[in-house]
Design a protein around this ligand. Sequence first.
Ligand code: TXA
Ligand code: MG
Length: 316
Amino acid sequence: MTETELIPATDAGIARCAAMLRLGKLVAFPTETVYGLGADATNDAAVRAVYAAKGRPDFNPLIVHVPDFWSAQRLIDLPDVGVGLAHGAWPGPLTLVAPLREDSPIAPTVTAGLGTLAVRVPAHRLAKELLMAVDRPLAAPSANPSGRVSPTTPGHVLSGLDGRIAGVLDGGPCPVGLESTIIGFEGDQLVLLRPGGLPAEEIYKMTGLPVQDREGAAITAPGQLASHYAPNALLRLDADEPLADELWLGFGPGPGGPNLSERGDLEEAGSALFRLLRELDEAALNGQTIAVARIPREGLGVAINDRLMRAAAARD
Ligand code: TXA
Ligand code: MG
């Protein structure tokens, strides 16, 4: 493929991205969580090209993005609890997994053969404008080579996929910086398939329902393989301070150097996490370890700790 085009976030730029997507090309675009690698979800060849560009295993299904709740309802059969949750949380960093409707136009490769589909209504203005302009659902996994850290800037996207995709819509850094929370349904219960940008506490406030944690159970989100956000460097978590030969990633007051949030704010930490992991990974010498300060396991801290644990997990 030729060079990947960085496309400005103007009306003309959005129209150009939409035209490319309608032709079956791959265009990365910003959402409030991370950059997604977009493809027309009704075009099987385009969706296959997404798996190829990412080097993604074909058993790992994609999330489909739509501009509003009504578009989502044309694709999946949401149970009543899901309708309530969608009204509370969309647009926003939440993905819902529900049975695929038989009359949905989604290409079969999107779901990797599952009877369910993951759907999300992003809140980012550019994502929304692009979805309206394309006027088709967009399949969009995070715009990184499979198994690497998700991109939160156009530069991150290009560092992994330059030459493999047609374009990147330049929306600057993503405000949330962590992927969406993924929720599935079992009867009337909400099941957490991946912690993310919408904390379980918020979901409880919206629905009055606790979120059942299925982490560590059978892999129901096939992408949730243990080491899935791997930098090259090793990580040591819940550290009090760096050892002599370690790099340091702080949270709150403590040793100097890169810090997720000096004031101990979890939102600030979430939006900085992937960027700082990449920067430290580039700075790390071969075999050097990044020591990471303890981060509270509540609110967005649950997703932050989840990503750090995966980044620290043993590699295949
Ligand atoms: O914030 C996000 O969710 C970003 C932005 C671009 O929307 N997307 C993202 O996509 O993180 P990806 O492909 O990197 O992660 C999607 C996850 C994978 O772990 C996949 O296994 C899971 O969603 N998934 C997709 N379809 C599913 C389904 N039908 N049932 C269970 N899990 C599913
Ligand atoms: Mg991903």
